[in-house]
Each structure stands twice: as C-alpha cells, then as structure tokens.
Design a protein around this ligand. Structure first.
Ligand SMILES: [Zn+2]
Length: 201
C-alpha cells in the first residue's frame, strides 16, 4: 500500500474519532488517570468523615474480621440506618466504580489520597447523575442505604470498606463523627498564613 493511502486512511480515522467524540472520551480518560496518578503521590487520609451524617462512631458495633460463613471474614464495617438514608463520601476523591456485584449489591467505589479505595455497598439507589470519574467531597451524596446484594433480608445498612494496595484495613479507627454546622466551639478560623506552633508544656 502506498504511503499516501495510509495518510488518507489516518486522516479519515482522526476525523471520525473527532466527530464521534471518541477523542474526547480518550482525553477525559487520560485526564482522569492523571488525576488518579496525582492522588497516589499524596498521603492517605488519616481521618474519614462518617458516611452517614447522624450516626456516631460509638454506635458502630465493631465487626472487622468477624467470620462470614466458613471461608470469609468481614472486610469492613456495617453502619445501620433507615433505608434511603443518604450516604456521603467519607473522603474527597474520584468515583472509581459504580456497579453491582453478588455480595455488595449496588456499590460505589471512590479512590482517594494514597490510592486508597473506599467501598460503599448494599445501596438502595445511586445518587442521581453520579458517574464514574466525578470528583467528590465529603459533602457529596453517593447513594442511599439499602439491602441489595447479600444484605437482602437484613436490616438496612451501609457496608463500608477501605482498601489499600496491601488489602483491606479496618475503617473504624479512622472514622470521625460529623459535627453539625456551627457546633464548633472555641476554635476560631485559622488564617492560611498562621503557623501551628508546638509548645512544650
Ligand atoms: Zn458488611
């Protein structure tokens, strides 16, 4: 085949990609992976916001590594609440996956700093318009508490899991209660240029 024919073919292909929007989605995918690559370079969040606004940490019964059947252990924590309770992201990050599986039912995964993946399972429904690649904050609703997957027939709850590159870790020690707006006492806003000074006491 002549060189000119190849060039014509390539031009047609590029034109097709541009017109069809495929080039746009390739660009979006590349941008997404760049963002994720940047997250990997950052220190993982040491403090996770409670995914259900009105649940306090002390209300969670620790079931980390509790046996589930004979061959499996619980790789997370179950946070019980009424069906339909909004689930907020525990961290900033990018929506990594929205999908259904046998155990988790309807699930959302968010990738955060350090490449950690936060897994939200048994959702009754996903937040409308939420899509993979979206940037989320701790104010973003991911979905709603339900009983999908192997939670069918149990009281509605959120299964919350945290995965590092070495596997699952217990989310409970990292979780912290969300405080109601204006409830902070004795903590004036800190100016950006104000340094934290450690004082020996
Ligand atoms: Zn669970």
């Amino acid at each position: 085949m002549k060189k000119g024919t190849w060039l014509v073919g390539l031009s047609v292909l590029v034109f097709f990609l541009l017109v069809s929007g495929v080039a746009g989605s390739i660009r979006d995918t590349a941008v997404f992976y760049l963002h994720v690559a940047k997250l990997y370079t950052q220190t993982p969040d040491s403090r996770l916001s409670m995914p259900l606004e009105n649940v306090r940490k002390e209300q969670i019964a620790d079931t980390w590594q509790a046996p589930r059947g004979t061959s499996r252990r619980h790789e997370g924590q179950d946070i019980f609440a009424a069906k339909g309770t909004p689930i907020l992201s525990a961290t900033p990050g990018y929506v990594y996956n929205i999908g259904e599986n046998n155990l988790g039912g309807q699930t959302v995964s968010v990738i955060g700093k350090g490449g950690r993946v936060y897994y939200y399972a048994h959702l009754d429904a996903y937040a409308p318009r939420l899509k993979e690649g979206d940037w989320v904050t701790t104010r973003t609703i991911l979905g709603y508490v339900g009983t999908t997957g192997n939670a069918q027939g149990t009281p509605p709850h959120l299964h919350f899991g945290v995965y590092t590159s070495d596997g699952a870790i217990n989310p409970l020690p990292l979780l912290s209660d969300r405080t109601a707006p204006n409830s902070a006492q004795g903590t004036p806003p800190r100016r950006a240029n104000q340094r934290l000074v450690s004082r020996k006491v």
